[in-house]
Design a protein around this ligand. Structure first.
Ligand code: NAD
Ligand code: 89V
Length: 335
């Protein structure tokens, strides 16, 4: 079977993980790399041994050297690139957040639907190994019917060191990070009908909010608390771990620090260690995110070959984008 030819667009901070992941995924190859910065194109070509490099997506598409495009640029460029790729009839994977506005996200989903190409969002938190284990336990009925979830990500980590653009965004933590946690809440508890939200900016040197607390209504009395903070003084720093509690009619699942997964039923608790897989390029403690990138891309490849939508399809992910904007609207209303 011939390899699926991937074109990676946007060769900055996070794309390196996607490029490394494509290299180890059997059945896919990086056929082209593209960035508007020629120095990044050359660096990626050399580092990943890629023959074709471009500074313009249109040129890469015109040369017809890829089957699918993996978009790892920053969000303001996502809509235009996804629409271009869809028009060229290629499948597209787009980094989160799919778009900064709901209007753009809807337009992207519609453009791909009209063009008959698949759109997948690179929403990788649900592909983290411990999250896959939690989802499996829920499916197996390990705690009965879940009625409460807490999804928590709190850290003092300086995220702006690698991603300086985040400091100047009017909307920061929900759009950049909360979006992953809202997706996890949906993954574990089902779609949410509503969200209430409180936000705060603690760090005076950034533009947007760096603390958010959200309460989700999943219907039938089922709720989730999703909380995130980049302003929490805490030692040791759990970054970039997400901590999870799920309470059900028959038991409780708790994912604690350092990937300790506890399942309690009655008086009995079973604890397992569920760390991410280590890859040659893994960098502790980012290994949890890096391994999830491989898992998502492997999942995408299987779906692409089978002609079915990925779990984190554009249509599915629109529900998360809607939650993000409902959360911001609710937080704004409270102010
Ligand atoms: P970055 O600024 O480091 O890299 C973006 C790259 O895209 C830059 O090299 C830039 O030159 C290039 N670019 C921008 N517009 C372009 C265009 N129109 N055509 C060609 N190249 C273009 O950004 P980053 O921090 O790597 O973030 C990229 C994306 O990855 C964002 O959407 C971010 O939210 C996401 N991200 C995801 C995770 C995760 O865990 N899923 C983690 C970090 C970042
Ligand atoms: O952009 C992100 O998803 C980041 C993180 C590094 C936690 O993955 O905030």
């Amino acid at each position: 079977m011939s390899k699926v030819r991937i074109g990676v667009v946007g060769l900055g901070f996070f794309a390196q993980n996607q490029l490394e992941a494509w290299r180890v995924i059997e059945g896919a190859e990086i056929a082209a790399v593209c960035d508007r910065d020629p120095a990044k194109v050359e660096a990626a070509r050399r580092r990943y041994g890629v023959e074709r490099g471009y500074t313009d997506v249109a040129q890469m598409l015109a040369d017809d050297v890829v089957d699918a495009v993996d978009v790892a640029t920053t969000p303001p460029s996502h809509r235009a690139i996804v629409e271009q790729v869809a028009q060229a009839g290629k499948a597209v994977i787009c980094q989160k957040p799919m778009a900064e506005t709901l209007e753009d996200a809807r337009a992207m989903v519609e453009a791909c639907r009209r063009a008959g190409v698949s759109l997948t969002v690179h929403e990788n938190f649900r592909f983290q190994r411990p999250m896959r284990e939690v989802a499996m336990l829920l499916r197996e009925g390990a705690i009965g019917e879940p009625f409460f979830a807490r999804i928590s990500f709190r850290t003092p980590y300086d995220v702006f060191a690698n991603q300086p653009y985040l400091a100047t965004e009017d909307r920061f933590i929900i759009l950049d990070l909360g979006i992953h946690l809202l997706d996890l809440a949906r993954c574990f508890m089902g779609d949410a009908r509503d969200v209430s939200c409180w936000t705060k900016r603690v760090n005076p040197n950034i533009q947007g909010e760096d603390v958010a607390t959200m309460v989700l209504d999943h219907g039938n009395g089922r709720t989730s608390i999703v909380d995130c903070s980049y302003a929490t003084h805490q030692v040791p720093d759990p970054w970039p771990q997400t901590l999870v509690t799920l309470e059900g009619s028959k038991g409780t699942i708790s994912l604690g620090a350092d990937y300790r997964l506890h399942v309690t039923r009655g008086a009995e608790t079973v604890t397992r260690h569920v760390p991410p897989k280590a890859w040659p390029w893994s960098q502790l403690p980012f290994d949890i995110i890096q391994d999830s990138v491989v898992a998502l891309q492997q999942h995408w490849l299987g779906c692409y070959r089978a002609g079915r939508a990925a779990e984190t399809s554009g249509e599915d992910n629109l529900k998360v984008v809607e939650l993000v904007h409902t959360a911001y609207a609710d937080a704004d209303r409270r102010k």
